[in-house]
Design a protein around this ligand. Structure first.
Ligand code: HEM
Length: 401
């Protein structure tokens, strides 16, 4: 009997159930995206490694190299075009990609990230000091969302009063329930805002990353549109991912108090971060690639022109990780794939690691007995299949008994 193509997402089941069904089907699986658009997803560690090794050669990130986006096969109002059509480095290959990445890398240096540590610690401490009164709070709205939003916005000089709007635009962009108009309006709203921010920085350079980007560009030749789209990409990728990473980590640590006790006793927060990324990565479908010919991945033939994703929770592959379904901070994380590999390796990985370590350590050191105030089965998740994390998580800060 022929198996039917799995829809991603599938109505009536959780996104995790859908991904579980997909990953049980084989190393590379045909899927159907919203709007009935066919695609493929690499799910085994071997298949994901092969896809990433083919970047810029077997696979392109540039939508111009995907015939079905231009020949009428995929409709003009397909909502995900808001993500495929925008001109930024995650949608570029080869020399085009290197040109953009070189400029941001000159501004976003390891030294700049390391220098943020004291400020990031203060942001975490202030949010925890400001928790609402009472023992039971929603940790997502009080901490795991505002913390990464504040870090990335401060880094780029976005004032605190504008930060909720940035979060709202980002959420609309990654929700598959947004209509094409809602997605385009969120993209354009944020692009317009960032164009004004960049203009202001041109006249009053500050000690922020938008100013550093302008200074780095003095030696390069990026257009204003390219700079604005760069800010758009880095600000969205720089918090949407970490918001959910922290939500996923809080849930995992509450479900595994013995792991939390080890982390607290031995300051193993870096290992907690790596294990959360392996066990439940917040980026479940890093954005799409296009097959540049018929390509065979892990023995499966993907036809030319196909849209191809890879599974961000590839850390659950039992062929690669012993006890893959067990949350254990002693897992070997040296070959972590949650940040990708190759030319598009996550630009913000050092910041994500630093801020997640600081946030979890600050939260659980202040509230070592923090626990879930609901059944984990009842935690609501957002309408998303690209990034995934809880929408709210009621916790008790210091339960008695
Ligand atoms: C836990 C947090 C994060 C995770 C799991 C994550 C994951 C990823 C992954 C998997 C990719 C590769 C995408 C692909 O291969 O198609 C990527 C790329 C990228 N990430 Fe992250 N990321 C995180 C945090 C951040 C942060 C904090 C920033 C910025 C400050 C950031 C900025 C970027 C950018 C700009 C790219 C595109 C790089 C390029 O195309 O050269 N990410 N990220």
């Amino acid at each position: 009997m022929t198996e039917s193509i799995i829809q991603l997402p599938t109505a009536g089941e959780s996104i995790f159930e859908t991904y579980d069904r997909i990953s049980r089907r084989g190393p590379v699986v045909p899927i159907e995206l919203p709007g009935g658009v066919p695609a493929w997803i690499a799910v085994s560690y071997q298949a994901v490694s092969e896809v990433l090794a083919g970047d810029g050669r077997l696979f392109s990130k540039n939508a111009e190299n995907c015939p079905s986006l231009h020949d009428g096969t995929i409709p003009a109002d397909w909502p995900l075009r808001a993500l495929t059509d925008i001109d930024h480095m995650l949608n570029k290959d080869g020399a085009d990609h290197r040109r953009l990445r070189k400029t941001i890398s000159q501004a976003f240096t390891p030294g700049r990230v390391a220098a943020l540590e004291p400020r990031i610690r203060k942001i975490a401490a202030r949010l925890i000091d400001d928790f609402p009164d009472g023992d039971e709070i929603d940790i997502v709205s009080s901490f795991t969302t505002p913390f990464p939003v504040r870090v990335i916005c401060e880094l780029f000089g976005v004032p605190e009063s504008d930060q909720p709007q940035i979060r709202q635009w980002s959420t609309a962009v990654v929700s598959h329930t947004s209509t094409a108009e809602e997605m385009q309006s969120a993209v354009q709203g944020m692009i317009g805002y960032l164009a004004e921010l960049l203009e202001r920085k041109r006249t009053e350079l500050g000690d922020d990353l938008a100013s550093a980007l302008l200074q780095a560009n003095a030696e390069n030749d990026l257009s204003t549109d390219e700079l604005v789209n760069m800010l758009w990409l880095v600000i969205i990728a720089g918090h949407e991912t970490t918001v959910h990473m922290l939500g996923n980590a809080v849930i995992a640590l509450c479900a595994h108090p013995e792991q939390r006790a080890i982390a607290l006793a031995a300051d193993r927060w870096s290992d907690v971060v790596e294990e959360t990324l392996r066990y439940r990565s917040s980026v479940l479908a890093p954005f799409v690639r296009y097959a540049q010919g018929d390509v065979t991945v892990a023995g499966v033939r993907i036809p030319a022109g196909s849209l191809v994703f890879w599974y961000g929770s590839v850390g659950r592959d039992p062929e690669h990780y012993p006890n893959a379904d067990t949350f254990d901070i002693d897992h070997d994380h040296r070959d972590q794939l949650a940040f990708g590999r190759g030319p598009h390796f996550c630009l913000g990985a050092p910041l994500a690691r630093l801020e997640s370590r600081i946030a979890l350590s600050a939260l659980f050191t202040r509230y070592p007995r923090l626990s879930l105030a609901c059944d984990p089965e009842h935690v609501p998740y957002g309408p998303q299949f690209i990034t995934v994390g809880p929408l709210s998580v009621p916790v008790r800060l210091a339960p008695t008994g």
